[in-house]
Design a protein around this ligand. Structure first.
Ligand code: T46
Length: 133
């Protein structure tokens, strides 16, 4: 599956911690967009789509949440529960996010500007495309 957990280096000193994320360094693409998800209500699941071209890195900078990921052949669950742990998603992966902690702030770095045409929101269409690969 084109999903990878990456650990960022934490630069810490007596004052606390800092993580630096640079395009083409810790993140393997040029970052064109940043968005963040927060104040998620209890029991909510989000996502339910795949992307055609978009590459993304997701980081819980505060709190935690889980991703359920599916490609043509595998289903995986990933827990993001630390600000130095990030999930890199490339290619055709169906994603659902759930189990958001009350304090969760999910930060996402994206390789492209927002484009609804890059979304596959129909699960049957996703299955057709992954079966065709
Ligand atoms: C993804 C997961 C991890 C915008 O106008 N601009 C944006 O950059 C984004 C991301 C969303 N929107 C609008 C589109 C919808 O009207 O915000 C609304 C909520 O978006 P959506 O329902 O797609 O949110 P999620 O949490 O289901 O999915 C998001 C990203 O859209 C998606 O790319 O991989 O987070």
């Amino acid at each position: 599956m084109n999903a990878e957990l990456i650990e960022f280096k934490v630069i810490g000193d007596a004052r606390g911690s800092l993580i630096a994320v640079e395009a083409m360094q810790q993140v393997p693409f040029d970052i064109k967009r940043v968005y963040y998800i927060f104040d998620t209500q209890e029991g909510v699941r989000r996502g339910f789509h795949a992307h055609i071209e978009l590459q993304q890195v997701a980081i819980c900078v505060r709190g935690s949440c889980r991703f359920k990921l599916e490609d043509g052949s595998e289903v995986r669950e990933v827990l993001l529960d630390a600000p130095n742990k990030c999930l890199l998603l490339k290619g055709l992966i169906w994603r659902e996010m759930f189990d958001f902690s009350d304090d969760c702030v999910l930060l996402v770095l994206a390789s492209e500007h927002y484009d609804e045409a890059d979304y596959i929101r129909d699960y049957d269409r996703f299955k057709e495309l992954t079966n065709a690969v």
